[in-house]
Design a protein around this ligand. Structure first.
Ligand SMILES: *Cc1c(COP(=O)(O)O)cnc(C)c1O
Length: 364
């Protein structure tokens, strides 16, 4: 069996250090907003080149808190991609705002910047590009549009920790950047976790208040906030893994580049724009014969998956609101995309076995 991801191998590689860090965190018994949380926020801000970083309980919460800190609420519209995990749009709805879906670029799978301006209305407050599969969105163009129309740029970096474009990391191009540490993400903890990067001390302060029951001083509550904190134990694990994030991302890139070399002539392999660093949270190709390829892989005991089979404007939850909307590129990509196993420690031999099985199914 070749799995989509193998979290156990990475744990075994780091076992001594992670076990020590977890036991030390338990021994210190500062479980909530303890010293590892503060240290991890400082270390991740330094790594990313962000002015501030505030941790929270999940990537979904990171988006929700960021949207609230940006002052977005009922009656507001937020432009985002229809080709993403549901959480991007959920967070917009939690704040009482309305997601407006703009079609994607067929090569990068990210929101198409040339289509954004037509979707702006007097109610538009922000654009949330998603750096899908670890591929940075067209941030220079999106940023220029946001500046011209006075919109906030909030990045969904759940799949792009360590990815960069135009010389800086994703999560540092707009006013806020939202990260997830779900176990299988490029930087993952051993449960749920999230982080928001931001450009100003005022935003950082608001995020800290929002994640901790609307409280700046204990038992004094200025706004309705949330219980959304990163556990100290999770922060301790993340600190061990953050030191190796470049090694992990380079491992993913090594796997992806070998796949592309072996599959370029039989399928549409992922695109790299040459402007930055794609960190391959997923290795996703396009083929007109997806069902046949997937059936063949599963016969060979090779895992594969479709991220994502239904674009958000076609999901039941948004179907009524989006009834008249057609986003042909997202619909086409959703019908032809498939993702292959990828993780930093994946042996070259396994990559070759998967690629050979894909080739057989398409050529055979
Ligand atoms: C994983 C993910 C999220 C949500 O993160 P959680 O930590 O699972 O809440 C949001 N957006 C995208 C694009 C994701 O992949």
């Amino acid at each position: 069996m070749i799995p989509m991801v193998d979290l156990k191998t990475q744990y075994h590689d780091l076992k001594q250090e992670i076990d020590r860090a977890v036991l030390d965190a338990i021994e210190s018994s500062q479980f909530i907003l303890g010293p590892n949380v503060t240290a991890f926020e400082q270390e991740s801000a330094a790594y990313l080149g962000a002015a501030h970083a505030v941790s929270c309980a999940s990537g979904t919460d990171a988006l929700h808190l960021a949207i609230l800190a940006a002052g977005i609420g009922p009656g507001d519209e937020v432009i985002t991609s229809p080709f993403t995990f549901i959480a991007t749009a959920e967070a917009i709805c939690y704040a009482g705002a309305t997601p407006v879906f703009v079609d994607i670029d067929p090569q990068t799978f990210n929101i198409d910047p040339t289509l954004i301006e037509a979707a702006i209305t007097p109610r538009t407050r922000a654009v949330i590009p998603v750096h899908l599969f670890g591929q940075p969105a067209e941030l220079s163009e999106i940023k220029a549009i946001c500046e011209a129309h006075k919109l906030q740029l909030i990045e969904d970096c759940a799949q792009s920790f360590g990815a960069a474009t135009g010389g800086s990391m994703t999560g540092t191009h707009g006013s806020l950047g939202c990260f997830s540490f779900f176990p299988s993400k490029n930087l993952g903890c051993y449960g749920d976790g999230g982080l928001v990067t931001c450009a100003t001390p005022e935003l950082a302060e608001q995020l800290k208040v929002l994640r901790n029951h609307g409280s700046r001083v204990r038992y004094h509550h200025s706004v309705i906030g949330f219980n959304s904190r990163l556990d100290d134990i999770q922060a301790a694990i993340l600190r061990v893994k953050l030191k190796r994030i470049d090694q992990f991302n380079n491992g993913r890139r090594r796997v992806a580049h070998l796949y592309s070399e072996l599959l370029r002539d039989v399928a549409t392999v992922p695109y790299e724009d040459g402007k930055g660093v794609h960190v391959y949270h997923q290795y996703t190709l396009l083929t007109d014969r997806r069902d046949a390829v997937m059936a063949h892989l599963s016969e060979r005991k090779i895992a594969c998956a479709v991220y994502y089979p239904i674009p958000l404007h076609r999901q039941d939850v948004f179907a009524a609101a989006c009834a008249g909307i057609s986003l042909p590129i997202a619909e086409n990509v959703a019908s032809r995309c498939m993702s292959l196993p990828i993780y930093p420690e994946m042996p070259e031999e396994s990559v070759r076995v998967v690629a050979e099985a894909v080739r057989e199914s398409l050529l055979g």
